[in-house]
Ligand binder design. Structure first.
Ligand SMILES: NC(=O)c1ccc[n+]([C@@H]2O[C@H](COP(=O)([O-])OP(=O)(O)OC[C@H]3O[C@@H](n4cnc5c(N)ncnc54)[C@H](OP(=O)(O)O)[C@@H]3O)[C@@H](O)[C@H]2O)c1
Length: 269
């Protein structure tokens, strides 16, 4: 295990009275963030590193995270994975166990969006969205459980979206995948509670990174979506990352099966 102190730590699912400091809240813990190479995933990985965790940033493409490595050294690892493939996810978990000997936190963040009205949407695009956003989280949950079991517990955080419960024409595949992911979160929470594994979901609104950027740069779409934002602005990646740190840390030890909307207030369309 990778704790800076080398001390044996309780898994993050178990809170020891007085045993947790307000800084370094994830010290010694090991996190996997799928889609952790850019956008929201990278923001959450960075926040976990700042809280003392070791983090594996996993995505399909090889990416150099030289800036992060310069600051956090070998607590940062980059791994390739395609969450659509069970074999690929299993080998991600095997690699994590080889490198760190434990996995305490999983963020199933890898996601794609393919827009198109239902009558126009190709079956290929539909499957790509469902396979990545929903089946990908199923693979990651299924294969991380033995690792967490070995550590005595853990935290799983799935990344849904405000569109899981709001309708936008052309977003049927994305919205359906995220709504199903929220139900999968609740089902996982019930099934894994006895293992000390807490499963929660963050549903971000529009966040100033990643897949929001094409909307932000399109005047017509931006004004349509800005009307939904009660706070009058998109969120910052760090504002979503702060919620992930809360759910991953001892402070979130009595939150389970919850969908946490982090959207500054979002109107129903
Ligand atoms: N940005 C927002 O406003 C917003 C709002 C609500 C929800 N979200 C959710 O937040 C998550 C991250 O979104 P983002 O905006 O940061 O998107 P992004 O910048 O497009 O990043 C997506 C990440 O997922 C990885 N990925 C995609 N398919 C994958 C696969 N099959 N296997 C492994 N990794 C894969 C990508 O890397 P590779 O391409 O190299 O694989 C990339 O690292 C998504 O689940 C999204 O639905 C975002």
């Amino acid at each position: 295990m990778s704790g800076d102190s080398g001390a044996v730590l309780a898994p993050p699912g178990v809170q020891r009275d007085g045993g947790w400091a307000t800084r370094g809240r994830l010290a010694g813990h090991v996190a996997i963030v799928t889609g952790g190479t850019r956008g929201l995933g990278l923001a959450m990985a960075t926040a976990f590193l700042q809280e003392g965790a070791s983090v594996i940033c996993a995505a399909r493409r090889e990416t150099s995270l030289a800036d992060l490595t310069a600051v956090h050294g070998d607590r940062v690892r980059v791994a390739t994975v395609d969450v659509c493939s069970a074999e690929s996810v299993q080998s991600l978990m095997d690699g994590a166990m080889r490198q760190f000997g434990r996995v305490d936190i999983l963020v199933s963040n890898a996601g794609v969006s393919r827009n198109g009205k239902i009558v126009d949407l190709g079956e290929r695009e539909w499957r790509e969205v469902l396979d990545t956003n929903l089946t990908g989280a199923f693979h990651c949950t299924k294969y991380v459980v033995p690792c967490m079991d070995a550590a005595g517990g853990g935290r799983i955080i799935n990344i849904s979206a405000g569109m899981s419960s709001r309708v936008a024409p052309g977003a049927a595949a994305y919205s359906a995948s995220k709504a199903a992911l929220e139900m999968f979160t609740r089902a996982s929470a019930v099934e894994l509670a006895k293992k000390g594994i807490l499963v929660n979901c963050i549903a971000p609104g529009f966040v100033n990174t990643g897949m929001y950027e094409p909307l932000r740069d399109d005047e017509r779409l931006r004004s349509r979506y800005e009307r939904m934002m009660v706070s009058g602005r998109p969120g910052e990646p760090s504002e979503v990352a702060a919620a992930a740190v809360f759910l991953a840390s001892a402070e979130g030890s009595y939150v389970n099966g919850h969908v946490l909307e982090v959207n500054g207030g979002l109107l129903w369309s």
